[in-house]
Each structure stands twice: as C-alpha cells, then as structure tokens.
Design a protein around this ligand. Structure first.
Ligand SMILES: Cc1cc2nc3c(=O)[nH]c(=O)nc-3n(C[C@H](O)[C@H](O)[C@H](O)COP(=O)(O)OP(=O)(O)OC[C@H]3O[C@@H](n4cnc5c(N)ncnc54)[C@H](O)[C@@H]3O)c2cc1C
Length: 316
C-alpha cells in the first residue's frame, strides 16, 4: 500500500534529478558512474576485457573523447586507438573498437575526421580488427552515414555503424544502406531529440526497434542487437530463432555495468554477447548519459548525499 503511494513520488524525484544531474558536483558523478567505465588508462580496459573474455563475453573498447576541441586532440585519439589495437593483438583479447566521430574531429572539419577515421580503420585492418562508428545526436546522423558509405565504397569492409530505433528515419536509412550489406548495431538511441524526428513514446520506440531489426535481417545485414530491455532481448531471440540464424550471424550487445544478470543468461543460452567498454580521461559526458538512464539514480544520489550529511556513529 505504502509502496503504491510512494512510487509516483519516486518517479517525479527521478525525473527532477535527471534534469539536475549536470548541476551535480563532478566528483559525485565520477563516483556514481564508476561501474560504467573501465578506468582512466588502457590497462584498465585491458583488465576489464580479460575478465569479460574469461566469462565468455566479447568486448568493444571505446576511447572516451567526445569533448575534444582541437585537431591535435583528435590526433591524440587516433594514437590512442593505435595503442588499443596493439594491445588487443599483443594480449590476444577478443575485442574490437567503437569510435565517436566527434572525438575524431567531425565538428571541427569533415575531411580531417574522414582522414582520422580512415587511419583508424586501416590500422584495424592490418591487425585483422574491426571498427564500429557509434551514432551521436541527430546533428551527426547524415555525416556519419555519409562517411560510413564513403569508406565502405573505398573498400574498407571492417567497418560498422549504429542506427537508433527512436529516429523516425531509421527504416528508410536501412533501405538506403541495403546495397552495402551493412554491419549495424541497433540501439534505441540516447540523445534528446525533438518529436518531429524522433519517437518519444516508449512503446513506439520498441515497435520501431522490432521493425528495424526485421528490415536489417531482410537486407542481409549483420546485426548487433544492443539493448538491456528484456522485452526487446526476447524479441531478438525470437527473431533469430524464427530465421534459423547461426549464432555467428548476429550478436547481442550491452554496456559495461548494466544488467549483467541478463547478459549472463544470454551467454548461458549460447548467444554471443559483446560488452561496450569505455575508458579514458574524458569520462564526464558519457557518465552523465549513463546516469540519466539509470532508473535508480535518485536513490543513489539521495543515499550518497545522506551518507555524507548524516555522519556514521563511529564518527566517520
Ligand atoms: C552496446 C551499446 C552501444 C550503444 N551505442 C549507442 C550509440 O552509438 N548511440 C546511441 O544513441 N545510443 C547507444 N546506446 C544506448 C542506447 O541507445 C540506449 O540508450 C540504452 O541502451 C538504454 O536503452 P535500452 O534498450 O537498454 O532500454 P531501456 O528501457 O532504457 O533500459 C532497459 C533496462 O535496462 C536497465 N538500464 C538501462 N540503462 C541503465 C543504466 N545506465 N544503469 C542501470 N540500468 C540501466 C534498466 O533496468 C532498464 O529498465 C548503446 C547501447 C548499447 C547497449
């Protein structure tokens, strides 16, 4: 009874805290977001991937860096990816990489970004590895898909992209990409977009995800089904089973620190699961997005704040 009275209040508190998160002090954001990030250094990502591999999971390593402001910063990100590829090869890790085009300079200069991406993709190819371009907010969608097409048409086959089910354009994008037999991660989408271009309703996003998944398989795409939504995971399992796909023809994907129970079940049932492993010093923007999605965020912040305001009995 008490629970049903409190639930709406918690939901209101959650929404208020999500809006206020950018005002939360960075050290608190950092502490709360630790579970989502491997750490500041490459060795942190390496250890995380080793642990995931031991548990039968693959990984995709992301060098955090979307907050870069200069071409020199973007060049440093390219070098960081070179180190990542060398490390993956040297340590025999089962991992590819994910890149954000803004970290490679997309907002500075399209051609600089293209050259940086090409350099990362070539380096991956020489080491038999693969690069996934993350999808960022809608100001990046056209350029991202254009770069994906340009590089695939230039013969770079070790390259994949991401499509977001909340965007109304996504099914059309799948049709436009079909000739490339694309390698696509399908996710709901995390950025705040206006209703003219994005579905806002939870069920509408789910429905578009399911339709996009079918269209991708129809187009002969390799799909990374990226979700922690149990209902969508079940839809994914049903779809691959109906189509009698081999486990090598698709994969599930999840974020580090989210729904590990669900991931373990997928692996136990014989599906391939890839975990997104971000690392690096530019952790703030990524952390905010993850915390904003955490349904228990209000509780965590309240507990943390109370823990510091009300001293423990032992005087700590
Ligand atoms: C591997 C991977 C890569 C991604 N890449 C991109 C990308 O390139 N571009 C992009 O826009 N988005 C990306 N996303 C994010 C994605 O768009 C969604 O915002 C995110 O996955 C949450 O949606 P969901 O499908 O898990 O469903 P939701 O309904 O949001 O979540 C389902 C359940 O998962 C749990 N959960 C979800 N998030 C959290 C969290 N942060 N903390 C704790 N519990 C949580 C909760 O129990 C929740 O009820 C990626 C997601 C994954 C898994």
């Amino acid at each position: 009874m008490l629970g049903t009275r409190i639930a709406p209040l918690v939901a209101i508190l959650d929404r208020a805290i999500v809006r206020l998160l950018p005002a939360v002090p960075q050290p608190l954001v950092e502490r709360l977001a630790q579970r989502y990030i491997a750490g500041p250094e490459l060795k942190d990502a390496r250890e995380t991937v080793r642990r995931l591999n031991r548990d039968g999971k693959m990984a995709t390593i992301d060098v955090l860096g979307e907050e870069i402001t200069s071409e020199a910063d973007a060049a440093a990100i390219v070098r960081a990816y070179q180190d990542v590829f060398a490390d993956i090869e040297h340590c025999g890790l089962d991992s590819n990489v994910s890149v954000k085009l803004t970290a490679l300079g997309l907002k500075l200069d399209y051609d600089v970004c293209r050259a940086n991406l090409e350099s990362v993709v070539r380096d991956a190819a020489t080491r038999g590895n693969f690069v996934r371009i993350d999808m960022e907010d809608s100001s990046c969608t056209d350029d991202t898909l254009r770069l994906y097409r340009e590089l695939r048409e230039a013969g770079h086959d070790n390259l994949g992209v991401v499509l977001q089910a909340y965007l109304r354009r996504t099914v059309d994008d799948i049709h436009r990409l079909a000739d490339l037999k694309p390698n696509v991660r399908l996710c709901k989408g995390i950025y705040v977009e206006p209703p003219e271009i994005a579905f806002r309703d939870f069920e509408a996003v789910r429905a578009n995800f399911v339709q996009a998944l079918r269209e991708l398989f129809d187009a002969g795409a390799y799909v990374g089904i990226a979700t922690h939504d149990e209902w969508l995971v079940d839809e994914g399992r049903r779809t691959v089973s109906e189509r009698r796909l081999e486990t090598s023809e698709y994969e599930f994907q999840m974020l580090l620190g989210v729904r590990e129970d669900l991931g373990r079940r997928l692996v136990a049932d014989g599906h391939r699961l890839r975990i997104y492993v971000p690392f690096g010093r530019h952790w703030y923007a990524y952390s905010l997005r993850r915390l904003q999605e955490n349904p228990k965020i209000a509780g965590y912040i309240a507990a943390d704040t109370l823990g510091r305001v009300i001293p423990f009995r032992n005087g700590r």
